[in-house]
Design a protein around this ligand. Structure first.
Ligand SMILES: Cc1cc2nc3c(=O)[nH]c(=O)nc-3n(C[C@H](O)[C@H](O)[C@H](O)COP(=O)(O)O)c2cc1C
Ligand code: SF4
Length: 641
């Protein structure tokens, strides 16, 4: 399958068995107090090497303590790091993959309080704090730090290094006119702005020889005013090739850009491919593309059409380390799909937490799971509720060898997540439901539809365990006038499921994720929508990368947003409320959609007293929260019995 993707390629003096590269990801776990790598990072990478990727990178390799992007990233800045790196290389290289380190300095995008950059200009977004402009001798020292770090990587046995010249980190800060306003030999002209990058390359080559491959990740477009642009990448590409660079990995975006480096489910698949395609016309070395290349047939087509020589996967191999193997075997439906939510991965790491994945809670726990024993005794488990939590639990219980039965009161599985997938731009949520559906089928898990949990059912099946994954439903708030108004009064679930329709002018009560998604759903149908949010901020439970695109959509849909709202009363055709202390009166509205809190559905818990089976609550039935908790709780309970 996918013969283009699974053909070998020469990269400098290396040969990759296929065209798939796992891009560098600063995952923010797996280092000790000195930032030397631990078994946690090793096993996370081993799992992905086993999964069949051709080339892989360790992310966030810090070349200087003052340039660390996040607290828990591996350091390459002193020789103490080498023994642990050596061990890591030994483990990973058992699995026929090319293994490299991405070397980086965060510059003004570092999390540290004291930040340095080419010029004293703070980052436009995400990180805050003063920035100091580097002195000339410091610039030369930093270039040498890259060289020394590359030497350590070579000594540890890595096949190559990649320079992080993209995404607004130090090298990119030198390249881009908006962050580099120096007037010395490191600023001003294109040549001067590129000097730091070439100093680094020459220093590495001096220290490790020209045979040791150096790749570079560079932006095809910063997508920010006065930033680095495609014409610049096209100009520098041949110069980098001449300098002996082994490959160009073309990405996009910086902190604060209009297109995000790590785009959410709202963006097109392959959003940066056109950048690589253009660069490829100007160089002969391999060009790698990246960015929401999610399905193997798409990746294969990119190679077939000559738009890039390799495809980098980031989040897809977090979600499923075995993506390459499964694609090669033609088992595409078995690939656990990244849904582009950005929550478990980039949102977590930018909050300085360990990275993980909403659909794959095993990320970061590989070292604990590698010696996991299956339970000695198989239990009979009855799971009530076919939403994501119920399906994830059913799958995991079955994988543990338990006899598993799933009952669902409706006619299909999916729960509230299948409704969320009906909102514009959120269709990919269905991918994870379809993954669980096919897993349930292939594991032969008996599923009873139109079947609510009852005492009769429990007596008939006689399970050892009952898992309540019965979900949640919207709460109706008590607000003056709400139940007397002549406007239609419905919930977000009514509207998105199509059970109820609303008229043209709609008030959505609730500015959390479901409120904003409902507003977008209605605006997309041409409704005039006002959102009243009784909280201080909008959709704070969403990843900022995902929320950014949703907010852009709401702007296009002319949705009016009010926060810090206290409602005085609903009237027959509107509402009187205060927002940020100012009073507003809306009139001439026809419908109100409630989209605030949800309450857990767990009436069936009372059956526990009447049976011998032990009951466990998971997901929204335990407490209504995000998908991340549903799946991780489901897998946890199945592993812990
Ligand atoms: C948690 C996380 C950390 C990342 N850290 C880095 C990094 O250190 N260096 C880098 O070049 N890109 C980093 N990226 C960006 C990815 O390498 C990749 O370019 C991006 O996720 C888009 O590809 P995808 O859609 O296949 O995930 C990171 C992405 C994620 C999700
Ligand atoms: S957390 Fe979401 S975006 Fe990140 S890898 Fe997992 S599914 Fe993909």
């Amino acid at each position: 399958m996918f013969s283009n993707l699974f053909s070998p390629i020469q990269i400098g003096n290396m040969t990759s068995k296929n065209r798939l590269l796992m891009s560098a990801m600063s995952i923010n776990f797996g280092v000790d107090d000195n930032c030397c790598v631990t078994d946690q990072l090793v096993q996370y990478l081993v799992e992905r090497a086993k999964g069949g990727i051709g080339v892989m990178l360790v992310g966030g390799g810090s070349v200087h303590p003052g340039g660390q992007e996040l607290p828990d990233l591996p350091q390459m800045y002193n020789d103490d790091c080498i023994p642990a790196l050596k061990k890591m290389v030994e483990e990973v290289k058992k699995y026929d993959t090319l293994f490299g380190v991405q070397l980086m300095h965060g510059g003004r995008q570092s999390y540290l309080p004291e930040k340095v950059a080419p010029s004293a200009i703070p980052a436009p977004a995400v990180v805050k704090g003063e920035v100091r402009a580097l002195e000339i001798d410091e610039i030369k020292d930093l270039a040498a730090c890259f060289g020394d770090s590359a030497r350590r990587c070579r000594d540890a046995g890595f096949d190559f290094v990649e320079l992080h010249g993209a995404h607004g980190y130090l090298i990119n800060q030198f390249l881009a006119p908006n962050s580099n306003i120096r007037t010395d030999e490191y600023g001003g002209s294109f040549e001067n702005r590129s000097r730091f990058l070439f100093d680094i390359i020459y220093d590495i080559q001096k220290k490790v020889g020209k045979d040791f491959p150096i790749g570079i990740r560079i932006n095809g477009n910063d997508y920010i005013e006065n930033g680095w642009e495609l014409k610049d990448t096209v100009k520098i590409g041949p110069l980098l090739e001449k300098a002996g660079i082994a490959y160009l990995h073309v990405s996009g975006g910086v902190y604060g850009s209009t297109e995000l480096t790590i785009p959410s489910m709202y963006t097109d698949h392959g959003c940066f491919v056109h950048l690589a395609e253009e660069v490829k016309k100007h160089v002969n070395i391999p060009v790698i593309t990246v960015g929401r290349i999610k399905y193997p047939d798409h990746a294969d087509k990119i190679i077939q059409e000559g738009k890039a020589d390799m495809v980098a996967l980031g989040r897809s191999v977090l979600a499923d380390p075995y993506y390459p193997e499964k694609a090669k075997m033609g088992q595409v439906e078995k690939i656990r799909p990244c849904i582009g939510c950005c929550l478990g991965c980039i949102h977590a790491v930018l909050a300085k937490e360990p990275g993980s994945c909403v659909v794959n809670p095993d990320v970061g726990r590989e070292y604990k799971l590698k010696d996991e024993q299956k339970p000695s005794k198989a239990l009979k488990v009855l799971i009530a509720g076919g939403g994501p939590a119920g399906m994830a639990a059913a799958r995991q219980f079955a994988l543990q060898g338990h006899k598993t039965i799933l009952c669902e009161k409706g006619k299909e599985t999916g729960g509230l997540l299948s409704l969320a997938a009906k909102a514009p731009g959120r269709e990919e949520l269905d991918d994870i439901l379809n993954f669980f559906r096919q897993e349930i089928e292939s594991l032969n898990i008996k599923t009873l539809f139109d079947t609510e949990l009852s005492l009769d059912l429990i007596n008939k099946i006689a399970p050892d365990k009952v898992i309540l994954a019965t979900g949640s439903m919207p709460d109706m708030p008590v607000i003056k006038g709400l139940f007397q108004t002549q406007m239609d009064l419905v919930t977000n679930v009514d509207v998105i499921s199509g059970q109820e329709t609303v008229k043209d002018k709609v008030i959505v009560l609730g500015g959390g994720m479901t409120g904003l998604i409902t507003a977008d759903f209605l605006a997309d149908k041409g409704k005039q929508v006002v959102v009243l949010n009784r909280k201080k901020s909008f959709a704070e439970e969403m990843a900022s990368n995902d929320r950014y695109y949703l907010r852009e959509r709401l702007k296009l849909g002319h949705v009016s947003l009010y926060k810090n709202v206290s409602v005085k009363q609903f009237t027959n055709d509107g509402v009187v409320f205060k927002s940020n202390g100012e009073e507003f009166t809306l009139t001439d509205f026809q419908s109100v959609v409630i989209s605030e809190k949800h309450s857990a559905i767990r009436d069936a818990k009372k059956l526990e007293r009447k049976t011998k089976a032990k009951f466990h609550l998971i997901g929204d039935a335990k407490s209504p929260r995000h998908l991340m908790y549903c799946i991780s709780e489901a897998e946890e309970i199945a592993r812990s019995v």
